[in-house]
Design a protein around this ligand. Sequence first.
Ligand code: 5GP
Length: 180
Amino acid sequence: MSIRNDIERVLINEQQLHDRVITLGERIAQDYGGRPLLLVGVLKGAVPFLADLARAIDAPVEMDFMAVSSYGNSTHSQGYVRILKDLDDIVIDRDVLLVEDIIDTGLTLSYVLDLLRQRAPASLRVCALLDKQKVHAKHLHPDYTGFPVEDEFVVGYGLDYAQRYRNLPFIGVLKPEIYR
Ligand code: 5GP
């Protein structure tokens, strides 16, 4: 059973993802001037992006992960954020780059940013693969963005619907009958 049959259209293909991640990685390595960097990934959606991005950054990189929940199994934000797993590492005095799969309402991002800021990192920036570019309540703008996307529900390359489709190598839109 191919999961690709559930996709109505491909928004960003594998080559486009690859090319953009390489560009982002080069820019990040340059901006940090070779300083060690802690990549913080928000589980589970950021995993494929973070894994590819880390390999595109030619500088000392460490990785750590947090898990938060804001969506459950639905396709609409439930308006709250809960920590399911905290970081293993200490972030004080470190250059931290928060890696997110997608910014929709910005609720998850602002929650995680507030939390990390309280831990006094040397610097804190955000790299989001996708940005729905809504007028975020807290005026959140990622320092690095992969692609702007329309306000529609997307899956693939880490993004799920009911925990599936994270392993698609591209970003796409599901057929409407899948939601029903
Ligand atoms: P926010 O807090 O910005 O509204 O939502 C962020 C989180 O909601 C993302 O990290 C992601 O897990 C989920 N999310 C938001 N938009 C989408 C989408 O279009 N597709 C999928 N699969 N998840 C999304």
